[in-house]
Design a protein around this ligand. Structure first.
Ligand code: AVJ
Length: 322
């Protein structure tokens, strides 16, 4: 076992994106990728074991049942890059399956240093694994992995948990096209996608009765206060979940309880937010089967396999770059 970490850079990017998002009109927004500081990552881990939130368990069941079958469809030798490694628990079964065939190189790519640390801790005991973690944006990290991979190796990209659903609208398709452009023909993508389900199920999953998801959402403001020297009054913002039926998106927002002025010192920003106005913090798209087929085709992949959990509609899709 060997592990290495390529560290990320400064907070400038965070400040810039916060500034851009909070000055958008008419809808203020913040990028959901910043939800995962140490507290946010721990809260997401808690969400993933809530009875109302079935996403993580569904994918754990799929990978637990079918990891051997999935691995058997991959060429050898293969190296593995994972986008948004999270805590690494789901990845474990895949890596263990692969490590039975060959020594395995694993490259988690994650802008959250907290999540990256959890994942390295979780996976470093796997037999003959070498882990190099990249604290990078997904595609920047993938380009660095590409620079390290050898001619005879295939690359498998893991993009689990339906994180792809957090890309808004056409941004998901654009992201997958850019990802495909980094791959070579025959490389593979294992893509986790949460499927359409009844509105009531989704609302309960994203607005849970314990308020864990509310804390996860509001923590984004706590983080901005701490890291960017802002003065959000946390008590004055409430968690709001909206289902957009047309686009099959569940959205998280933070709604102002009253008119207020906020300053974000390190972003050089001061702004007003009115009572009832919201800051949009996350979109989580729910996919249909025909949509998945069309996305694969549009982005340069062909379908190789799909595994579905029927207790909580979720699919892991194995696509091959063509
Ligand atoms: C699993 C990261 C994609 O969209 O369901 C959970 C995050 N947000 N509850 C999702 C999340 C609110 C999540 N991802």
């Amino acid at each position: 076992m060997a592990t290495e970490l390529i560290k990320g850079t400064a907070q400038d990017e965070f400040a810039k994106e916060v500034c851009t998002g909070l000055t958008k009109s008419p809808q203020k927004e913040l990028p959901s990728k910043y939800l995962y500081d140490a507290v946010g990552s721990a809260l997401f881990e808690a969400i993933s074991v809530l009875p109302q939130y079935g996403v993580t368990r569904a994918e754990e069941r799929i990978l637990g049942r079918y990891a051997t079958e999935i691995v058997s469809k991959l060429p050898a030798p293969v190296i593995v890059a994972e986008l948004g490694s999270g805590a690494g628990k789901k990845t474990r079964v895949i890596l263990e399956g692969l490590s039975r065939r060959q020594p395995i190189s694993y490259y988690p790519i994650e802008i959250s240093s907290a999540a990256l640390a959890m994942c390295r801790r979780e996976l470093s005991d796997i037999n003959s694994i070498s882990i190099v973690g990249f604290e990078r944006e997904y595609l920047d990290g993938l380009l660095e992995v590409a620079a390290r991979w050898e001619a005879d190796q295939h690359l498998m990209v893991l993009f689990l948990g339906s994180t792809i659903g957090n890309f808004d609208g056409s941004a998901g398709v654009e992201f997958l096209s850019r990802l495909r452009a980094i791959l070579r023909e025959g490389d593979s993508l294992l893509l986790g996608t949460d499927l359409r389900k009844p509105v009531a199920t989704l609302v309960a999953a994203y607005d849970d009765p314990l308020g864990v998801t509310a804390a996860f959402n509001r923590n984004l403001l706590v983080r901005i206060n701490r890291e960017l020297d802002a003065d959000f009054d946390i008590e004055q913002f409430e968690h709001l979940v909206i289902f957009d039926d047309t686009n099959q998106n569940i959205e998280m927002h933070l709604r102002a309880r009253q008119d207020q002025t906020v300053t974000v010192a390190k972003a050089g920003l001061g702004f007003r937010i009115l009572r009832g106005e919201t800051i949009w913090t996350e979109t989580s798209h729910k996919y249909s089967q025909s949509e998945l087929n069309s996305i694969a085709r549009q982005t340069g992949f062909r379908w190789q396999g799909q595994w579905i959990d029927h207790e909580w509609a979720f699919a892991d899709n194995l696509w091959i770059a063509c």
